[in-house]
Design a protein around this ligand. Structure first.
Ligand code: ATP
Ligand code: MG
Length: 418
């Protein structure tokens, strides 16, 4: 054991798992591209105020989870806890609306939250997120949800439930907030300390409390669905009809809220029953007020974020395309090593995945290493072969061996292996 270990809640992604990560990422690039999204990469470190403004002061993230510090200039900076605020900041900073009025952007990268580490909950985790900025049409909500479900379908992750709700808008939120407060008022002494505070600052957050006592009380709380204004009601109806039209199954979850303040209208989560307590693999919703709150013109938008660690756990490793070693060169002795070494680069130039053994090591150990690397073929060249101008090619699964002249080695191997 080394003297150093990684920080609690920070995880190494090792080769045994990284194949799945690469597959997730390449499938994301392909799928999001097909749906017309462009890739965006924003910095991991931002001004703290960007997050306090957008996520909201009275949220778990801002109250207790952000990695915030002063840099050497005395500026308050934060490791991003989520992606949307940064994307909207970049959208405004670079006037993307002038170049692409309807901006469809996606990102992949690490996020940081100082939460209690446990299964499915890390302090550095990764999200794949998508945002559609600039259109209020409920069809955008449906398109985004169709992208989300298609992405999981491509990785054959099934048994997911799409839960949707509508959180209303600034027109209907105050009446709903008042209804919530008058409901929870009766139960104030039974609520946890956090929720008693939320009662005043942000009563919607009580619906998201993970404590059993609070969950039991919240079960009969009023739903925002029953307090929607006409516009939000119409919007929610159109989203449901669109999902029906595309045969995307969903459930209405009347108490679903989100941990960030900026959400309006449509909110959703993709959940699984295969991950225990941390059952959400993706979440998102509309945030029609955020662009304006960050200093831009009134601009509707919607997005989601997928938790990559949780998604990776749901993937069947057998489905992941792995590139196996095609050829292991086994030289026996210095002369053979010198003859085979240039061949290694020549094979790699032909995009054939190959490795070479140490010419000072015996055949048995080299074969063992080739086996451990999963090589499909091994090319053996010893002193005998060198004098006779040939090499032995062994098929590792059939054990069949054949002789190949050294003079035509590259041509024969590349024809056989590529
Ligand atoms: P939760 O209710 O699980 O705390 P959240 O509402 O905080 O989730 P979002 O901010 O909406 O989550 O992030 C979207 C997704 O990112 C989540 O559904 C989850 O899959 C993943 N995620 C969020 N926080 C973590 C974390 N600490 N560790 C690993 N994955 C996470
Ligand atoms: Mg959370």
């Amino acid at each position: 054991m080394s003297k150093f270990t990684s920080l609690r809640g920070f995880k190494d992604i090792l080769p045994e798992e990284s194949d799945r990560w690469l597959w997730v990422e390449s499938t994301a690039h392909e799928t999001f591209n097909v749906f017309g999204f462009s890739h965006i990469r924003t910095p991991i470190l931002e001004n703290t105020e960007l997050f306090t403004r957008s996520i909201g002061e009275a949220t778990d993230i801002v109250e207790k989870e952000m990695y915030t510090f002063q840099d050497w200039d005395g500026k308050k900076v934060t490791l991003r806890p989520e992606g949307t605020a940064s994307v909207v900041r970049a959208y405004l900073e670079h006037h993307l609306s002038e170049k692409i009025p309807l901006s469809k952007l996606y990102y992949i990268g690490p996020m940081f939250r100082h939460e209690r580490p446990q299964a499915g909950r890390l302090r550095q985790f990764h999200q794949i997120g998508a945002e559609i900025i600039g259109d209020l049409d409920p069809r955008q909500d449906v398109e985004l949800l169709s992208l989300l479900t298609r992405f999981f379908e491509r990785m054959q992750v099934t048994d997911l439930t799409l839960e949707i709700n509508s959180l209303g808008c600034p027109a209907c939120r105050p009446t709903y907030r008042a209804a919530l407060q008058s409901y929870f008022e009766k139960y104030l002494p039974e609520l946890c300390e956090d929720c008693r505070r939320r009662f005043k600052t942000n009563p919607l957050r009580i619906l998201d409390c993970k404590k059993e006592a609070c969950k039991a009380i919240a079960r009969n709380a009023p739903s925002p669905i029953d307090h929607l204004c006409a516009e939000c009601r119409e919007h929610f109806k159109a989203v449901r009809e669109g999902l029906y039209q595309l045969a995307i199954p969903y459930q209405i979850q009347p108490h679903l809220v989100r941990g960030l303040d900026y959400y309006t209208k449509t909110a959703f989560e993709l959940t699984t029953n295969k991950l225990g307590a941390q059952n959400a693999v993706a979440a998102g919703g509309r945030y029609d007020g955020l662009v304006e709150a960050l200093g831009g013109p009134p601009t509707p938008a919607i997005g989601f974020a997928i938790g990559v660690e949780r998604l990776v756990q749901l993937i069947d490793p057998a489905l992941v395309p792995t590139s196996r070693l095609r050829l292991f060169l086994a030289p026996l002795g210095k002369a053979a090593g010198a003859a085979l070494f240039p061949l290694l680069l020549a094979l790699r130039r032909k995009n054939i995945r190959s490795e070479m053994g140490n010419d000072a090591i015996g055949l048995k150990s080299q074969m063992k290493r080739a086996d451990r690397l999963g090589a499909a073929y091994v090319l053996i060249v010893g002193e005998n072969e060198m004098t006779q101008g040939k090499a032995i090619l062994r098929n590792m699964s059939t054990k069949a061996q054949e002789e190949i002249p050294l003079s035509t080695l590259i041509e024969t191997l590349s024809a056989k292996l590529s």
